[in-house]
Design a protein around this ligand. Structure first.
Ligand SMILES: Nc1nc2c(ncn2[C@@H]2O[C@H](COP(=O)(O)OP(=O)(O)OP(=O)(O)O)[C@@H](O)[C@H]2O)c(=O)[nH]1
Ligand SMILES: [Mg+2]
Length: 232
């Protein structure tokens, strides 16, 4: 595959950030139908874990669970935390998970932002997921939701997850690749698939087969890989 095409097919990276015990691992579990260790203890997660999730609009993204942020990092966690920082720096989108039922949620949220600015990651696109609304005060939630790009969820009950997915979809634009294909005449079904799934720009019937130029979302590229002859 050509270098440009390979780069373009890279999936968007989303990192779950937030204070320790906010519910990041529980959220990853529900987003990915996975089983990531989640526990009511501080620092249940010691390694970043990444899962591919398929959004309702068909787009695949990589979501990484990270080590919880705190005000003062215990010494034995420094190495684990470093791996998390790398994930945060590489991410295209951050989801800040906040325990909306916690009395110190504001301090916790500030501590998270402090770390993000130290990483120079405070300017990244960010969504706020107010979690644990199943046990939070509804008046508090109402007030919190006035913030931009925020959603109220319960990673435990699944409430609000659809809305969160929709917000992620809005923030993560699908990467579109512009490719040239050569389709043999006896594989012409591929052309109709391209018409369905891509924006076909030109079709030429040549001696060696059908030459097609089309734009398609990068995550759909793989199924046509064997017909790619170049990227534009
Ligand atoms: N009631 C309620 N509890 C939740 C919710 N989400 C997570 N929890 C609980 O909160 C505790 C912490 O959840 P985790 O997912 O381990 O939190 P974390 O942010 O990954 O924590 P660290 O890995 O330590 O940073 C667990 O006991 C979860 O079951 C929720 O929406 N509602
Ligand atoms: Mg965790």
């Amino acid at each position: 595959m050509h270098r440009k095409a390979r780069q373009a097919s890279k999936l968007a990276a989303v990192a779950l950030v937030g204070y320790t015990n906010a519910g990041k691992s529980t959220l990853l579990n529900i987003l990915a139908n996975a089983s990531v260790f989640a526990e009511d203890q501080l620092f249940a997660t010691l390694d970043p874990t990444t899962r591919k999730i398929n959004l309702p609009n068909g787009l695949d993204v990589l979501v990484t669970d990270t080590v919880g942020f705190v005000q003062k990092l215990p010494h034995h966690l420094v190495a684990a935390f470093r791996a998390t920082l790398e994930e945060v720096i590489q991410a295209d989108l951050l989801i800040h998970v906040i325990d909306a039922s916690h009395p110190q949620q504001e301090e916790q949220s500030n501590a998270v932002f402090k770390v993000l600015s130290e990483l120079k990651a405070a300017d990244k696109p960010i969504l706020t997921a107010y979690n644990k609304i199943d046990k939070a005060d509804s008046k508090v939630i109402e007030r919190l939701l006035r913030a931009e790009d925020s959603v109220a969820i319960s990673a435990r009950t699944g409430q609000g997850i659809e809305q969160l997915n929709r917000l992620i979809e809005e923030k993560v634009k699908p990467v579109v690749v512009d490719m040239e294909f050569l389709i043999p005449y006896n594989d012409s079904g591929i052309l109709s698939q391209l018409y369905e799934q891509a924006t076909v720009q030109s079709v030429e019937y040549c001696e060696d087969g059908i030459h097609v130029r089309a734009e398609l979302p990068s995550e759909k590229q793989t199924r046509f890989n064997s017909f790619v002859i170049g990227d534009v």
